[in-house]
Write a protein that binds this ligand. Structure first.
Ligand code: SF4
Length: 192
């Protein structure tokens, strides 16, 4: 087992994505505390991924810790595709794709990544270069520290709470003068 894997729970690309949005939600998911699957945002995400790529089931790939939306090819190059409903959380999506590329690299498969946002007709390239790998490994370490805690980080309102399926569980109140929703709350990590 790689030294960067958590001893508490298996690390997944999805946990990395959630950690960027809110470390508390990553901790909750890591303990199998999951929100209502019918929450509007979660249902919308599933619907977009399914309708944008109706044949994707045939190309879906699962590795330990990695459920890749679509594994495509372009002239012999393997492409890991992550489908998102909005480009708002692209920082988390990039980390998720970097993790998948890293896992494939461990299996001897060289690939590049794409984040596709069908609703916005956007496509963003992701490469596991030196900077990307250093960022990923530093993020895995930081996430591992959060997951090793015996209890979740306390609930504190951030703009992402508005669309979070855990909102009722966390019971956080929106301040009267809230900041706009951005990814600014994403934790800064020191790269090795
Ligand atoms: S409701 Fe807010 S504090 Fe709670 S998990 Fe979601 S984003 Fe984090």
């Amino acid at each position: 087992m790689h030294e960067l894997y958590s001893e508490v729970t298996p690390l997944t690309g999805s946990l990395l994505y959630h950690w960027v949005v809110c470390s508390r939600s990553a901790w909750l998911y890591s303990r199998q505390i999951t929100p209502d699957r019918d929450h509007g945002d979660l249902s919308l995400g599933r619907w977009i991924a399914k309708t944008a790529y109706p044949r994707k089931e045939a190309r879906e790939v699962s590795l330990p810790g990695a459920k890749i939306d679509v594994l495509d090819t372009d002239g012999g190059t393997v492409i890991v595709v992550e489908v998102k409903k909005s480009s708002r959380m692209v920082k988390g999506a990039r980390l998720q794709v970097l993790f998948y590329l890293w896992r494939l690299k461990e299996h001897g498969i060289s690939a590049r990544g794409e984040i596709r946002v069908p609703k916005e007709r956007k496509r963003l390239d992701v490469f596991l270069d030196g900077e990307g790998e250093a960022h990923l490994l530093a993020s895995i370490r930081a996430l591992g520290e959060v997951l090793a805690r015996p209890s979740p980080p306390p609930a504190a309102w951030i703009p992402s709470c508005r669309s979070c399926a855990f909102l009722e569980f966390c019971w956080v109140d929106e301040p009267e003068d809230p900041a706009p929703e951005t990814e600014d709350q994403a934790p800064e990590v020191q790269e090795a």
